[in-house]
Ligand binder design. Structure first.
Ligand SMILES: NC(=O)C1=CN([C@@H]2O[C@H](COP(=O)(O)OP(=O)(O)OC[C@H]3O[C@@H](n4cnc5c(N)ncnc54)[C@H](O)[C@@H]3O)[C@@H](O)[C@H]2O)[C@@H](O)CC1
Ligand SMILES: [K+]
Length: 495
């Protein structure tokens, strides 16, 4: 079984480096391995004898650049090195790496990009501490304007390692080579787009160290949840595979619930029922076949239906309407202590009322699936929740506050659990930004929870499968397609 991919923040990575040093790998050796890995990556991009310009910065990222320069010269490349800063102010391992470089050191501002086949960006890595300005800004501007492919060392200079944000200006890399583990900026937007494909080089820092210093942030891929993905056995019965209930909106707003219901059925929920307001029964009945239908008149109706304890997972929100009635339905669902997915109107109905969510979901597995707008509306008046620069921190704080798993949607969907675990999804496609796509996602997550997958894994698996289904279709995707694409994705996963 493949282990889940750990993602380490810059500060966790520094601690992991230090731990590796304590356990006997000297810092300069780590840097030599890092520099050699950069040279290996460069060699894959430019054939022997090519011309490579390296831009080295004033910190240890620059040190990697000096090592790579020496290795590439040994391998027959023509290398120029432009340095930003004052050479005799280099400290630590970078100072030693610079002493080992026998070639010339020119100023970064004169680096001959026009003659280069490849630029190596070793300006700043995880130690970036403020926005780029002056000479640093100028160097990045020139690199980007050169038209030459850029290989970023550790991360593209100017990208914040924790948040993926651009600090003033950033290198637009063709590819990136990082060390030991990816950092949040390689998965979060816009850092992901600036990084290009990211290669993770092993520099000898074992997984045990990475897990001890990091261990709570993951890339969302099947290694994280495949082991809990339900696979019916020969003797499985539909009643053992859970029963998902999806609340429908009124007569002209029923499609969203059916999209969610169909997704829940496709992901394997044994039974799925749409709970419909009386006036919408006809329209729902006309569209449902394998999915069951029950009349449900407001919160009292929901309360009555939930007396059937076999209904073990609920979806509330899609097209339910933004009003007190929806808030009352949520209250009933929370009291019933079933697995619960809240989206759309179930969140927006609590605009500015986030305190009602404080600790509210501690007692049953719950997933909230806001996009940024819904999140900001819900947590209006809670600057500590809205302001964190990092999307990961935002989702984590909301999860800790509510007691629910929070899935914060976007091109870089982040899923966070109340216990601090978080995962970043990266297989999304712009084609998923289509009406009803979120309703399908709710259904997938609830359908998994109905089969007893825990909330965090259900949200992670749901987001990944949803994105994979969308990507497999591509242009022209509409929400109705998504549930129909799920079996293909599941076949690939469960083979
Ligand atoms: N033995 C080691 O120390 C190892 C270090 N590694 C490399 O070290 C990097 C981290 O090194 P550092 O912590 O020194 O950080 P950086 O090299 O990213 O940069 C820190 C330096 O840049 C300056 N600086 C920060 N923001 C600036 C700005 N906006 N404008 C101008 N100057 C700015 C700081 O004052 C400091 O001198 C990693 O990204 C990785 O590439 C790897 O080689 C692994 C081993
Ligand atoms: K860099």
């Amino acid at each position: 079984m493949t282990a889940p991919e750990l993602v380490l923040t810059p500060s966790e990575m520094r601690q992991a480096d230090l731990e590796a040093i304590t356990r006997g790998i000297p810092g300069i050796e780590l840097m030599r391995r890092a520099g050699r890995a950069v040279a290996d990556s460069a060699e894959k991009l430019v054939s022997g004898g090519g011309r490579i310009v390296i831009v080295a910065g004033p910190g240890q990222n620059g040190g990697d650049g000096f090592v790579a320069a020496a290795v590439l010269v040994e391998r027959g490349y023509r290398v120029s090195l432009g340095f930003l800063g004052t050479l005799n102010r280099l400290t630590g391992d970078a100072a030693e790496a610079a002493r080992d470089w026998m070639g010339e050191v020119g100023p970064a501002e004169d680096a001959p990009f026009q003659e280069a086949d490849l630029i190596i960006d070793a300006l700043f890595g995880t130690g970036l501490s403020r926005n780029l300005d002056g000479a640093a800004r100028h160097a990045v501007d020139r690199m980007n304007g050169s038209g030459c492919p850029i290989l970023a060392v550790d991360l593209p200079s100017g990208i914040d390692g924790d948040t993926g944000e651009v600090r003033g200006i950033a290198v637009k890399a063709a590819s990136t080579v990082t060390f030991a583990a990816r950092k949040p900026c390689h998965l979060l937007m816009p850092g992901r787009a600036f990084s290009g494909p990211v290669e993770v080089a092993d520099i000898g820092i074992g997984r045990e160290i990475l897990a001890a210093k990091g261990g709570s942030l993951f890339a969302n891929n099947p290694a994280l949840w495949l082991h809990v993905l339900p696979k019916p056995g020969l003797s499985s019965h539909k009643y053992e595979r859970g029963h998902t209930l999806v609340a429908s909106g009124g007569a002209t707003r029923t499609g969203a619930a059916r999209l969610a219901a169909r997704a829940a059925l496709r992901i394997g929920s044994g039974l799925v029922t749409v709970a419909s307001p009386p006036e919408a029964i006809g329209v729902n009945a006309a569209h449902l076949t394998a999915i069951m239908l029950k009349g449900c008149d407001g919160p009292e109706g929901l309360h009555a239906i939930l007396q059937d304890t076999r209904l073990n997972a609920l979806v509330l929100g899609p097209a339910l309407g933004v009003h007190a009635g929806t808030r009352a339905m949520v209250a009933v669902a929370v009291q019933a202590r079933r697995s619960l997915v809240l989206d759309a109107d179930a969140l927006t109905s609590f605009e500015g009322l986030a305190s009602e969510f404080h600790g509210a979901f501690r007692h049953a597995p719950t997933v909230l699936t806001p996009h940024d707008g819904e999140f900001n509306r819900l947590f209006k008046g809670h600057p500590d929740m809205i302001d964190p620069e990092s999307k990961i921190e935002k989702a984590r704080r909301a999860a800790a506050y509510t007691g629910a798993v929070v899935l914060l949607k976007g091109a870089d969907t982040v899923i966070a659990a109340p216990d601090g675990r978080a995962a970043i999804n990266e297989n999304g496609t712009p084609y998923l930004a289509t009406a009803g796509s979120g309703d399908t996602l709710c259904g997938l997550i609830a359908g998994l929870m109905a089969q007893n997958v825990s909330a965090f894994e259900a949200a992670c698996a749901g987001a990944w499968i949803h994105a994979e289904a969308g990507a497999s279709f591509g242009p022209g995707l509409i929400a109705e397609d998504l549930a129909e694409l799920v079996p293909g994705v599941l076949r690939g996963l469960l083979k």
